[in-house]
Design a protein around this ligand. Structure first.
Ligand code: ZN
Length: 449
């Protein structure tokens, strides 16, 4: 038995509660309860005790949308239009380098960054998911791993049949792993056909897979869909039977009032990635209207190539400020609602809310402690708002996943950070070489024309 005694505990469920002088009782991988510390010591005098007197203990954060290996492309091409960014920079780099080595090194870098910033579970969409799983299991990290689906040949699979077959084989092999869960992850409506959408719908119903997809990221996507299919992207998803409570629709910056009503009644989850949307000037997800309509909204960072970090706490702060700024209402999206979006709402979207997302008896001991004894968060008038509006990931000190401590006093316990930094340097050299090649090829083409 372990007792984690923190200055303050925000269990998230029940809502809006902050416990003082309490501890979280952890039995192996599970939370046994939150009880007054004095009572716990009396009941379990032999228990191992972790003292965190200046800290706030919260459920581990859930990054509900990312592409972890893309940390290697952080800062590789910035300040560009989304489609130019993808076509001229990101896709050529991925075409050249994406494989198990890229995915292993990028995921390890991402997992190191996420653990250090209090994230205990991430929902990933990328190629070579089997490698992502290996890295997560090595590090003790929880992940919801996407089976990638895109209507084009990539280094991982050649066509829709091979994407699905490889994905299902991986699922069969790994479904008993307690830290790993799966989604179907079609890239976006504009990169999959109607036939593929129908197939995804059948597979999702058959295996109860959540469907994790970029939807309505930009206005361009609606125009493209009208031109190619004579239909709005949401109508295509509706026709395929995908507009339901298994869908995690990421971005959603182009929503009408009618769309929001439809999403709410269908039980679709929205994953809001405000910093990526702002950086790529994609548009702004109408968070306040979605929350008012009763839509479950979770938060994601997106990949580090368009953010440029995996800092979910900063994402929460941006979400709150942006919602207030564009609605003209300072009461819109309060601090506790932001904490829910970073924890229990992500768990709900992923179908994991019986296991994670709050500190409750019977749930997994996925926990994050932040040291609030720092000038930035003093005086501690209101723990919940200080956490959302003033705290930063620099204050994350200790992190547990399934009861195992992955960060102790700011130090990673399962990842060799020096090795991660060395591999980042190696990829910097390789990517810089590629960028020089692309620039010289571009110059040659210009001189030929
Ligand atoms: Zn994304």
């Amino acid at each position: 038995m372990k007792l984690i005694h923190a200055g303050h505990i925000i269990p998230v469920r029940p809502a809006n509660v902050v416990w003082s002088d309490h501890c979280v009782v952890v039995d192996k991988d599970l939370v046994k309860g939150i009880i007054p510390f004095a009572e716990a010591v009396e009941t379990w005098p032999e228990a191992e005790i972790t003292e965190l007197p200046d800290h706030v203990l919260i459920p581990g954060l859930i990054n509900t949308h990312t592409h972890s290996p893309m940390t290697l492309l952080r800062g590789y091409a910035d300040d560009l239009d989304l489609h130019v960014w993808l076509k001229d920079h990101i896709w050529p780099a991925e075409k050249k380098f994406v494989g198990p080595e890229f995915v292993a090194d990028g995921t390890r870098l991402a997992v190191a960054e996420m653990i250090r910033s209090g994230v205990t579970c991430f929902n990933d969409m990328y190629f070579f998911p089997e490698t992502t799983i290996d890295v997560c299991l090595d590090a003790g990290m929880r992940a919801s791993v996407g089976i990638p689906i895109i209507d084009m040949e990539t280094a991982w699979a050649s066509d829709i049949n091979s994407y699905v077959e490889k994905g299902l084989r991986l699922y069969d092999r790994m479904k008993a792993e307690p830290l790993i869960s799966f989604t179907l992850s079609p890239h976006a409506p504009y990169t999959v056909s109607d036939e593929i959408l129908n197939r995804i719908s059948v597979l999702s119903a058959e295996h109860n897979f959540p469907v994790h997809m970029h939807v309505l990221e930009t206005e361009w996507e609606i125009k493209q869909s009208q031109q190619q299919h004579n239909l709005h992207p949401l109508t295509r998803l509706e026709h395929a039977g995908l507009l339901d409570s298994r869908l995690l629709a990421v971005h959603m910056t182009q929503l009408s009032a009618d769309d929001i009503v439809k999403l709410a009644s269908a039980g679709v989850h929205v994953v809001h990635c405000p910093q990526s949307n702002l950086k790529l000037a994609s548009g702004i997800c109408p968070l306040t209207a979605l929350v008012e309509a009763g839509v479950n909204v979770a938060l994601g960072t997106d990949g580090a190539a368009s953010n440029n970090d995996l800092d979910l706490l900063a994402e929460g702060q941006t979400a709150a400020l942006l919602a207030k700024g564009i609605s003209g209402d300072a009461e819109a999206v309060n601090a506790f609602e932001v904490i829910e979006m970073m924890t229990i709402n992500g768990a709900r979207a992923l179908g994991l809310d019986d296991r994670v997302g709050s500190i409750e008896a019977g749930k997994q001991a996925d926990l994050c402690a932040l040291n609030m004894r720092s000038p930035e968060t003093q005086p501690l008038h209101h723990v919940i708002s200080q956490l959302v509006y003033a705290a930063s990931t620099r204050q994350v000190s200790d992190v547990w996943v399934a009861g195992k401590q992955l960060l102790e006093g700011g130090e990673l316990t399962t990842i060799d950070l020096d090795a991660v930094m060395e591999s980042a340097r190696k990829w910097h050299s390789r990517l810089a070489w590629l960028e020089r090649q692309l620039v010289s090829e571009g110059k040659e083409q210009q001189s030929e024309s």
